[in-house]
Design a binder for this molecule. Structure first.
Ligand code: NDP
Length: 235
């Protein structure tokens, strides 16, 4: 579970922990926050471990998978690619650095983790990958060309990987949240909220509920899908 120290990732980690999954709580900088998520999962009887690692680092997938495999003495059969950043600017002034940082974290990182995760999953003929995309991968939002390209690319990666591995019992799906109440959306303009048919922001728990379903046994015939969790914004 990448980027699980706060926001949507922390809510997903708690939900999967409650369902009995051993959870790797990955974070980049905020160790204390990640350890609080681990403590919350353990208090409810679950198992979890905090793991530092920058998903944009090419060595991160091997490092984190090896740490998880040895901590829980089992192959990793569920991956949630949630870590993501935004660096907004209008296209004429969007810098190379902002472009690359977002693509490296939100798309290339998810690709490398997916590639690493598929090896044990294909061997086990079982596995679940869920990629946290965005409504912005489905419909335009000014100032987010880099983020939109990454999140739309993540949907294309999801669909392609899904059909490649469907015969082997592995599913790959995307969730596309709309405006969700987290640190990332602290400064969301009220006019954007006014565009949401439900007229409110969603909660991290509402996104986590959909991820719970996609990793469950009940979702075994759902693959290559994009599940919008956006109060109707993409409809
Ligand atoms: P937050 O900014 O609240 O949390 C982001 C999490 O990702 C943190 O745990 C952060 O850890 C971690 N993270 C960021 N960069 C890296 C990295 N390079 N390597 C490892 N971990 C990293 O974001 P949200 O919870 O709002 O968003 C989670 C996901 O949902 C993102 O992919 C985002 O794009 C997507 N999303 C969010 C929406 C929203 O409205 N909030 C809407 C649509 C999609 P640390 O603090 O240690 O850096």
């Amino acid at each position: 579970m990448t980027g699980a120290s706060r926001g949507i990732g922390a809510a997903i980690a708690r939900a999967l922990g409650r369902d009995g999954w051993p959870v790797g709580v990955n974070y980049r900088r905020d160790k204390d926050a990640a350890e609080r998520v681990v403590a919350e999962i353990e208090q409810k009887g679950g198992r979890a471990v905090a793991l530092a690692g920058d998903v944009a680092d090419p060595g991160a997938p091997d490092q984190l998978f090896e740490a998880l495999e040895s901590h829980f003495s089992a192959p990793v059969l569920v991956l949630v690619n949630n870590a993501g950043i935004a660096r907004d600017d209008l296209t004429p002034s969007l810098g190379d650095e902002e472009w690359s940082a977002v693509l490296d974290t939100d798309l290339t990182g998810a690709f490398r983790f997916t590639r690493r995760a598929l090896k044990p999953m294909l061997r086990a003929r079982a596995g679940r990958i869920v990629n946290i995309s965005s409504v912005v991968g489905l419909r335009a939002n000014p100032g987010q060309a880099n983020y939109a390209a990454a999140k739309a690319g993540l949907i294309a990666l999801t669909k392609t990987a899904a059909i490649e591995v469907a015969r082997r019992g592995v599913t790959v799906n995307a969730v596309a949240p709309g405006v969700i109440d987290t640190a990332m959306t602290e400064e969301v303009a009220t006019d954007l909220l006014a565009m949401v048919p439900a007229r409110r922001a969603g909660t991290p728990e509402e996104v986590a509920a959909c991820v719970r379903f996609l990793v469950s046994e009940e979702a075994s015939y759902v693959t290559g899908a994009v599940l919008s969790v956006d109060g109707g914004l993409a409809a």
